[in-house]
Design a protein around this ligand. Structure first.
Ligand code: FMN
Length: 313
């Protein structure tokens, strides 16, 4: 069981899979942990209102395998009462920590004044952190961005989060207004670390474990997001296997976990985007794209994978 010292006592540097809606579900987290058992994983962002009003439905979405531990539940919202109820559900489910999303830029989330919109309402943001932190024995973290359109209030916001009870803060080194493909600005994070006593993780634009270690500098660790698409081996020093056949065991396991967790229909539909990522850069990829986008059973997946291996050989 974890407590508030969790982030302080993890071996450095802390390496983790970033929370990503539509990607960092149980199956993908489990695969990344198979590849590197030492990483921390975070769920897709989940509505605190949703958890507190229809716990059983969202508990299915949030369920995880013990091998994914330490796994952190990421929640978003703007209401203290529902945050507290959602926190208790996550605590009872056995999560290792609660992460509060204060970085999501999606229009729907921002219009509802959730996610990164809380950066414009720091007092509410601090109240939410305090409400969660004082109602759980779990460590509470905050994931946010540099700021709205610049990093001017990053230090003051982060200090406020720390004072409100956050035990770790993870900064995606881009502003709200910057798309995911502009270069991340890590220098703001190094300056922030000097001002805080809680651990600071960096995130944004990391392409390999080596790259993460270089960018980490004085920080306590980092989360890798998009570079893990079709490449859970990004969490190893060796990186992606060079031949497709060596990727097969992990790809097949990914499909099996997805089908186990979500059933064959949904699992096979969801594995398609991952398979397209797994074959990215492979010289014959386009020959198999259409077949991949129609797989509807584990045997159809095995079949197309066997064809790719035969082509690769
Ligand atoms: C498809 C997608 C979904 C995302 N969903 C979430 C989310 O649910 N919660 C969150 O805090 N950040 C989310 N993010 C942001 C990532 O966690 C991360 O901050 C961002 O991708 C930058 O890291 P990267 O350059 O390594 O990908 C998402 C990003 C992507 C691309």
């Amino acid at each position: 069981m974890t407590d508030k010292t969790f982030w302080d006592t993890l071996p450095r540097p802390i390496v983790g899979l970033a929370p990503m809606d539509g990607y960092s579900d149980s199956a993908f987290r489990h695969i990344c942990k198979k590849v590197n058992p030492d990483i921390v994983t975070v769920t897709e962002f989940t509505s605190a209102d949703g958890i507190s009003f229809s716990a059983s439905k969202l508990m299915r979405k949030l369920s995880f395998h013990p091998e994914e531990q330490p796994v952190i539940a990421q929640i978003f919202g703007k209401n203290e009462e529902t945050f507290i109820r959602a926190t208790k559900v996550c605590q009872d489910m056995g999560f290792s920590g609660i992460d509060i999303n204060m970085g999501c830029p999606s229009k729907k989330v921002v219009q509802s004044e959730h996610g990164v919109a809380l950066r414009r309402k720091p007092d509410l943001a601090y109240r939410l952190i305090e409400a969660v932190a004082s109602n759980t024995h779990l460590p509470v973290s905050v994931k946010t961005r540099l700021g709205w359109d610049n990093a001017e209030d990053l230090i003051s916001f982060s200090k406020g989060a720390q004072n409100a009870g956050a035990n770790m803060i993870c900064i995606h080194a881009r502003t709200y207004l910057e798309p995911y493909n502009v270069p991340a600005q890590w220098e703001h994070l190094y300056a922030l670390k000097q001002e805080l006593s809680i651990p600071v993780l960096g995130n944004g634009g990391i392409v390999s474990l080596k790259d993460g270690l270089e960018k980490c500098q004085n920080l306590d660790g980092f989360l890798i997001g998009q570079a893990s698409f079709g490449n859970p081996w990004v969490f190893t020093e060796e990186g992606m296997p060079s031949s497709f056949v060596d990727k097969l065991p992990i790809i097949k396991l990914h499909a099996e976990y997805l089908v186990e967790n979500k059933g064959e229909t949904v699992g096979c539909r969801e594995i398609r985007k991952h398979l397209l990522q797994y074959v990215k850069g492979f010289k014959g990829a386009k020959l198999f794209r259409s077949k991949i986008t129609h797989v509807d059973s584990l045997s159809a997946i095995d079949e197309v994978l066997a064809e790719i291996v035969a082509y690769d050989g």
